[in-house]
Design a binder for this molecule. Structure first.
Ligand code: ATP
Ligand code: MG
Length: 356
């Protein structure tokens, strides 16, 4: 598949005003019956980035995504795509915007009656692309997703991962600048999820496609996203750069999501078991890039003559930077141990990370 330089969408890039590619300003969506699915959301998605949206069921994630490709219209606020306010566009122009936005789904939403090639051809024919050109582009898209030679098969003859690849090929066939993914890996096993995420990373890196993805798995955010927004009851309760959100979640919902992806700190039950097993003072020390707690640890132990055993923890990587926590049992003179624990806590608090 050729780079997006040839895409109609990018030809407009020069004419595009500066600012986020996708912009929501105070957007709300009320459904009949009184449900406010999206509540005063303001956010921006930069060109070429991967933006994650997480939240529990019913938080309003899908509705938010549908507002971006104007499958829903906002009850209040503005949605801008490529600098254009969707409310100001006529039906024909809106169809144009929708063509610049591909979408994939949890259940793949393929036509069962059509072949793989037929599925990928569908949006191209809809866009009025000539037969030969459409076929060329469809085959190119299938090759990009690793399904060259599978065009004549039917979706039911494919695995879940292959079906999602067809979904991606179909979404990319018209060379959109934006790909919206609604729980695209939620129906897949972990290995297949990894393969689809790797493919989405190529879509972003090699084709320059801006991706907005919904997920309830922080692992997906960690693997793919530059920025993330956390939704609850229609609102964005927290958003930011992925490492920052993982390292210093501010909202309880965010902390719960992040906790599910970081197996560093002991949970309540583990903490009780550790206390039973280790009689010394237990401290959990966060490992956060650029923060003083870990750097302070070994000189502090030496100064105070305090011994330690590593009893729990783990350090992983988020966006190429270390993140995790370790739990230590400290042993030594009571006052020395308390002084170490207090200083670690202070160093952690200074940086907002905390130690206990
Ligand atoms: N077409 C609709 N008519 C009425 N209510 C709707 C409609 N679509 C969504 N809702 C309601 O809006 C709220 C948000 O729904 P939405 O599908 O956006 O949530 P979600 O975060 O995508 O959830 P899930 O993780 O289960 O997919 C829910 O209370 C839902 O019932
Ligand atoms: Mg949804």
């Amino acid at each position: 598949m050729s780079p997006q330089g040839t895409a109609p969408y990018d030809e407009q890039a020069a004419a595009r005003p500066p600012g986020p590619l996708i912009e929501l300003l105070g957007v709300s969506k009320d459904f009949p019956g009184g449900t406010r699915a999206v509540d005063d959301v303001t956010l921006g998605v930069e060109t070429g980035s991967v933006f994650g949206i997480v939240g529990h069921s019913g938080a309003g994630k899908s509705t938010l995504l549908r507002l971006v490709n104007s499958l829903e219209t906002p009850s209040a606020g503005r949605v801008r795509v490529g600098g254009r306010d969707l409310a100001e566009l006529g039906e024909r122009q809106l169809r144009g915007v929708r063509r610049e936005i591909g979408m994939i789904f949890q259940q793949f939403n393929l036509f069962r009656s059509r072949t793989v090639l037929g599925n990928v051809l569908y949006p191209l024919r809809l866009a009025g692309t000539g037969k030969a050109e459409a076929r060329r582009r469809a085959e190119e898209a299938l090759e990009f997703v690793g399904l060259a030679g599978h065009g004549a098969r039917h979706p039911e003859q494919l695995s879940g991962g292959q079906r999602q690849r067809v979904g991606i090929a179909r979404a990319l066939a018209t060379r959109p600048g934006i790909l919206l993914c609604d729980e695209a890996t939620s129906a897949l096993d972990p290995q297949t999820t990894g393969e689809v995420l790797a493919l989405l990373r190529r879509v972003n890196a090699e084709l320059g496609v801006t991706i907005v993805l919904i997920t309830h798995e922080m692992e997906v955010v960690r693997a793919l996203c530059d920025r993330v927004a956390v939704m609850e009851d229609g609102r964005v309760v927290e958003s930011g750069e992925v490492y920052e959100v993982f390292a210093r979640p501010r909202h309880a919902t965010t902390a719960a999501f992040v906790g599910s992806a970081l197996h560093g700190a002991p949970d309540g039950e583990q903490w009780e078991r550790l206390r039973d097993r280790y009689p010394g003072r237990l401290v959990t020390v966060p490992v956060v890039d650029g923060e003083p707690v870990m750097a302070r640890l070994s000189p502090l132990l030496r100064e105070r003559g305090v011994d330690f055993t590593l009893v729990h923890g783990g350090v992983g990587e988020v966006r190429g930077r270390p993140l995790g926590s370790v739990t230590l049992e400290l042993r030594g003179g009571e006052r020395d141990v308390e002084a170490v624990a207090a200083e670690l806590a202070a160093a952690g608090e200074l940086s907002g990370a905390g130690a206990r």
